[in-house]
Design a protein around this ligand. Structure first.
Ligand SMILES: NC(=O)c1ccc[n+]([C@@H]2O[C@H](COP(=O)([O-])OP(=O)(O)OC[C@H]3O[C@@H](n4cnc5c(N)ncnc54)[C@H](OP(=O)(O)O)[C@@H]3O)[C@@H](O)[C@H]2O)c1
Length: 291
């Protein structure tokens, strides 16, 4: 069955919003965007009725419990949304024989590596949010061997809450800022991830077999400090930035020292080049300044 009608959860999140912005460019697809008022991921028992009413040909789950520090406290809710809900969406997708795409995180790894994480490396979540996502991956694949899981990292967009928007605000308010300089990763523009997701849908429609775990993050790597410096440079701000160590910025949830994802599998399977994070950042900041 070819994919035409696509149900997307998390309509108001960064990725959900970017998918909605991109949707008009792909008239071959009819996207149905649902926010939590229609499909609440904390209520997996309600999914089947709603999904049957919509009758999609594919499900994309962008919704997630993403409050990493709060997840250490709100464990039950985080687990329901990121694990049981993902399992249930995967199960229903299998029952309907339709593709299921969901997203996971670099935090499924412990951050002790010194070279990029491959998709098949063993997981060892760095914090509770990472545990909920790792279990969600596992349970989705157990109930639906065709499930597609895209791990990503350091997501930013013109919409929603993210590091770029926080930095732009703080750098305009303050004379100096201290930013963690000893954690390394790959920033990801949600718009690029949205386009990559649509590319996967097109590949599925072209008959390509797609399943299992992929990594998507913009090309290149940096630290949070390096990321902030680039934001400052692009926007032409004067705020003084100081690089500090993780130990000087304690957070309830541990963060990985190194969470660079290797994206070669996705690039070779879908023959596309992932844009560099710095170029993506310039585009995103232009977009932010337009809003
Ligand atoms: N953001 C990152 O840096 C990052 C890094 C690695 C992986 N990821 C993963 O990438 C995917 C997309 O993330 P994102 O950055 O787009 O996240 P986001 O901007 O935080 O958006 C998450 C969305 O999920 C929705 N949501 C939360 N709880 C819900 C519930 N109970 N029922 C229905 N919707 C619910 C939120 O709804 P409201 O708008 O109503 O709150 C929000 O719209 C997620 O799987 C995330 O875990 C993100």
């Amino acid at each position: 069955m070819s994919i035409r009608k696509i149900l997307v959860t998390g309509a108001n999140g960064q990725l959900g919003w970017e998918l909605a912005q991109a949707a008009p460019l792909f008239p071959e697809f009819e996207f149905v965007f649902l926010d939590r008022t229609i499909l609440d991921l904390s209520k997996p028992e309600s999914f089947e009725t709603i999904i049957n009413m919509i009758a999609p040909n594919a499900i994309i789950n962008t919704a997630a419990y993403t409050a990493v520090d709060k997840a250490e406290i709100e464990k039950e809710l985080a687990y329901t949304v990121n694990t049981f809900a993902v399992q249930e969406l995967a199960r229903i997708s299998k029952k309907l024989a339709i593709p299921f795409i969901t997203y996971s995180t670099d935090y499924v790894f412990n951050g002790n590596a010194t070279s990029p994480y491959l998709t098949d490396m063993p997981v060892d979540p760095v914090n509770y949010y990472g545990t909920t996502k790792a279990d969600g991956e596992q349970m989705a694949m157990e109930v639906n061997e065709q499930a597609i899981i895209i791990r990503t990292s350091w997501v930013f967009s013109a919409h929603g809450n993210n590091f770029v928007k926080t930095m732009l605000r703080l750098m305009k308010e303050r004379a100096s800022l201290s930013i963690v300089g000893d954690q390394k990763g790959r920033p990801t523009y949600a718009k690029d991830l949205a386009l990559a997701t649509i590319n996967i849908l097109q590949s599925l429609n072209a008959g390509q077999i797609v399943k299992g775990i992929y990594h998507y993050a913009n090309a290149g790597e940096t630290t949070w400090f390096g990321f902030a410096e680039k934001i400052k440079e692009i926007e032409g701000l004067n705020c003084e930035l100081k690089s500090i160590n993780t130990i000087e910025f304690p957070t309830p949830a541990k963060r990985p020292a190194y969470s660079v994802l290797d994206t070669k599998k996705l690039e070779s399977d879908f023959s596309f080049t992932i844009p560099n994070w710095e170029h993506a950042l310039i585009e995103c900041i232009k977009q932010i300044n337009k809003i």
